[in-house]
Design a protein around this ligand. Structure first.
Ligand code: F0G
Length: 458
């Protein structure tokens, strides 16, 4: 008898318990909705989207045990049993002294950087995600991205494209005032690529030699640990929980969005060992989020995260998660659509710059492709390119490092036939790529423009 994982067909390791209907739309409806929202997919109503791959953040399905936890949630203002279950679940994987709950990841970032960053300082990261960058820059500090060179080449198949450039880190720590070093696991803006344990150890050694703390932006820690198990020599056959603990033991603290690998719809935390910094962070927490035993969360949210942290490190779940994302990426690769290689954990990143060479980066090929996927098939992806990263702090505009469209896969939410539909639509749009036109921005806010900018076709 074969083990289930030896058959070629990947099955979802769950049955569906409660369903949400999807509203069908027509091509002409979608074309007119695009006009209405200024070609910004963030401004669409979700009910007008057929397959929503905008983000994997907070959009996953909870398990029956998580819903049971929601019922058990204790809403005491201070010292709720739900808080202790949350804290214990976090510390079981990440043995930091202080756990500070927040309503989501960016609240943890805001609090930490308000305390430790500021004008004249530099925060290095393999690649900052947009809110992390914005929170560093909001304090007057510089957010510096130093991934390895392979990370910037979409077709390169390096197994750990999330790794940090160690020489660049050493130089930065010699030359700059660095309050802490961040490593984002997995590297979201760089294609959902993992960081190896070997690279984390080397980063830690450099940080230690300069006496500088290392923090993880740990949103997708379980997917990162699964890739380590799959790809790093000597790590095969290990329990993923032990790999997560190894990752945590190399860091001095972390920020976390439980909307990703917490398998919850809301939640996050800041965790760290340093007593004095934790004290200052808790004071800020009380000003902005709430009392330190709930942060910005209700007791039932704390329960959902506590249970989610147990489920996210289950091997059957992670095997399905990573294989089902690869199922989409591999099918598109076979169809000749350029995608970031190797396929990441939570998303497939279409390489719009390669697919649409006739559209200049400053005419936003990523946005043009994202708009076409919605118009043709009601699929909502997210531009990660010049719209998101092109505006510089001094007001000038430059091409982003890459022009990608991220198709992020909500956890445990869509089935294989939904994904087959996505493959069909993306392949059809790619087949008439030369007909797509660029866009210009007609309205934009001073920062984080991708959320609200309005566009017009060229
Ligand atoms: N860090 C990373 C690497 C992220 O991907 C995100 C969120 C955050 C921090 C902030 O967490 O949303 O809970 O405040 N990423 C989402 C995304 C929004 O779509 O990738 P948050």
């Amino acid at each position: 008898m074969r083990h289930v994982t030896e058959w070629r067909t990947i099955i979802e390791p769950f049955r569906i318990h409660s369903v949400e209907p999807i509203r069908m739309t027509t091509l002409s409806e979608r074309a007119s909705l695009l006009e209405d929202v200024g070609f910004n997919l963030f401004s669409l109503r979700a009910q007008d989207v057929l397959i929503d791959l905008l983000t994997d953040s907070g959009t996953g399905a909870m398990s029956s045990e998580q819903w049971a936890g929601v019922q058990r949630g204790d809403e005491s203002y201070a010292g709720s049993p739900s808080w202790f279950r949350f804290r214990d679940a976090v510390q079981d994987l990440f043995a930091f002294e202080h756990v500070i709950p927040t309503h989501q990841g960016r609240a943890a970032e805001k609090i930490l950087f308000s305390v430790i960053a500021g004008p004249g300082k530099v925060v290095p990261n393999n690649t900052h995600f947009d809110t992390t960058r914005a929170n560093v820059e909001a304090t007057g500090a510089i957010a510096l991205d130093i991934p390895i060179a392979e990370a910037r080449v979409p077709s390169d198949r390096h197994p750990f494209k999330g790794n940090m450039d160690l020489d660049a880190l050493e130089r930065t720590l010699q030359d700059s005032d660095v309050p802490c070093v961040f490593v984002t696991v997995t590297n979201n803006s760089g294609g959902g690529q993992p960081v190896s344990l070997e690279n984390l150890r080397a980063v830690k050694a450099i940080c230690e030699s300069h006496g500088i703390p290392l923090f993880l932006d740990a949103c997708r820690f379980a997917e990162n640990a699964w890739f380590i198990r799959e790809r790093e020599p000597g790590q095969e056959n290990r329990d993923v929980r032990d790999i997560v603990k190894d990752m945590a033991s190399l860091a001095d603290g972390m920020t976390m969005s439980a909307k990703k690998d917490g398998l919850a719809n809301i939640g996050g935390w800041l965790a760290l060992d340093d007593d004095a910094i934790a004290e200052q962070c808790r004071t800020l927490l009380i000003l902005t989020e709430g009392f330190p035993t709930y942060g910005g969360l209700s007791g039932r949210d704390l329960e959902a995260v506590a249970q989610g942290l147990k489920e996210v490190v289950e091997h059957d779940y992670l095997r399905y998660r990573v294989l089902s994302t690869a199922y989409l990426g591999d099918a598109l690769t076979r169809a000749g659509v350029p995608v970031v290689q190797p396929i990441g954990g939570h998303a497939v990143y279409l390489d719009a710059r390669a697919l649409l060479p006739h559209i200049e980066p400053l005419q936003y090929p990523g946005q043009a492709l994202a708009v076409a996927l919605y118009r043709e098939g009601g699929i909502r992806g997210c531009e990660i390119g010049t719209v998101m990263f092109g505006r510089q702090p001094d007001g000038s505009e430059l091409p982003g490092p890459m022009d990608l469209v991220r198709l992020a896969i909500p956890r445990r939410t869509y089935t294989q036939s939904h994904v087959d539909y996505v493959v069909e639509v993306v392949t059809a749009v790619a087949a008439k790529a030369d007909e797509l036109r660029g866009l210009k921005i007609v309205e934009e806010p001073p920062s984080l423009r991708h959320f609200t900018a309005k566009f017009a076709p060229l």
